[in-house]
Design a protein around this ligand. Structure first.
Ligand SMILES: CSC[C@H]1O[C@H](OP(=O)(O)O)[C@H](O)[C@@H]1O
Ligand code: ADE
Length: 312
């Protein structure tokens, strides 16, 4: 865009990944648009650096915004540049990600336009998406028992509740099923996920959340229900894209308010350690099991870009 800087010198700690229907965050000041190149290629979209005024100090907090499916939603769920997205954000200094997703509801009480802050995931992707930074001669295993950042989740829930009664309805927890897609589920699959206790379903939490964990970034997804998938059968219309888009559009103002409230809260100094994900810092140094002699040259070049100084 003409006149917008293409570099940004200060580290950026917080990022928002926008999903279906949220290709931009318009209500903030655009400070820069970055085309970051990574050893895993280019991210899904240029990264916008937005200035968000801290509610306590008034100082602008930089926020990185990335559009998961591309600027025009041209990337299918299995084509999303997850490795490049997460690598680019970490390279800019990001240590906290708030990710947004349009989801199908697997439970009657989670109504379209309700928000869910999930706490668990079942992986139903098919292994066709690149899903790790640790391969090609550098083996790493990181804990993923809690796929989201529990302390970040508490902040997100508090912000969501502060908007309740004002158009926002929030479910504090939920089991998110991440399926491969791009086709929606069969009715049998939808019933199976319900029998597993699934709350909501999407196609994009993974490997995004796994890569964020490997990159030592605190990650929480905010889901907004847009449909009842197809499990209701004759009791309701099966999910389709028009339905998803219509609910997303109708409730986009609330989605933006929710994200705005979370950014307000995270910009407060009291959350500095959380935002820097100090509890995750350095964990990958101790999560690798490959001896120096066995390390692959190309793998090390990529990992040294992502984690300067970790694997000398
Ligand atoms: C357009 S319906 C399916 C599509 O919507 C969700 O996208 P996102 O998570 O990026 O909001 C779902 O994961 C699918 O990619
Ligand atoms: N029913 C559904 N299944 C998978 N992803 C979705 N995103 C929105 N609705 C969905």
């Amino acid at each position: 865009m003409a006149g917008v800087p293409s570099t940004y010198d200060a580290p950026v700690r917080i990022a928002v990944i926008g999903g279906t229907g949220i290709q931009a965050l318009d209500n903030f000041t655009l400070a820069a648009t970055l085309d970051v190149d990574t050893p895993w290629g280019a991210p899904s979209s240029p990264i916008s650096i937005l200035h968000h005024p801290s509610p306590t100090t008034g100082k602008p907090t930089p926020i990185a915004f990335l559009s998961r499916h591309g600027v025009h939603h041209e990337l299918a769920p299995h084509e999303v540049k997850n490795q490049a997205n997460i690598a680019a954000l970490r390279h800019l200094g990001v240590r906290t990600i708030i990710a947004f997703s349009a989801v199908g509801s697997l439970q009657e009480e989670i109504r379209p336009r309700d928000f869910v802050v999930p706490d668990q995931i079942i992986d139903r992707t098919k292994g066709i998406r690149p899903f790790t930074f640790f391969e090609g001669g550098m083996v790493g295993h990181v804990g993923f028992g809690d796929p989201f950042d529990n302390s970040l989740a508490k902040i997100v829930r508090k912000c969501g509740h502060s908007l309740e009664g004002d158009g926002v309805s929030l479910h504090d927890k939920g089991l998110l099923i991440c399926m491969e897609g791009p086709q929606f589920s069969t009715r049998a699959e939808s019933h199976l996920y319900r029998s597993w206790g699934g709350s909501v379903i999407n196609m994009s939490a993974l490997p995004e959340a796994k890569l964020a964990r490997e990159a030592e970034i605190g990650y929480q997804m905010i889901c907004m229900a847009t449909d009842y998938d197809c499990w209701r059968g004759e009791g309701g219309e099966d999910v389709n894209v028009a339905m998803v888009m219509a609910h997303m559009k109708a409730n986009s103002e609330n989605a933006r308010r929710f994200v705005g409230a979370v950014l307000d809260e995270l910009s407060k100094e009291e959350h500095e350690q959380q935002v820097l994900a100090k509890h995750l810092e350095g964990q990958m140094k101790f999560s690798t099991s490959t001896y120096k002699e066995g390390r692959g040259k190309a793998a090390m070049e990529k990992l040294n870009w992502l984690f300067p100084g970790y694997f000398e």
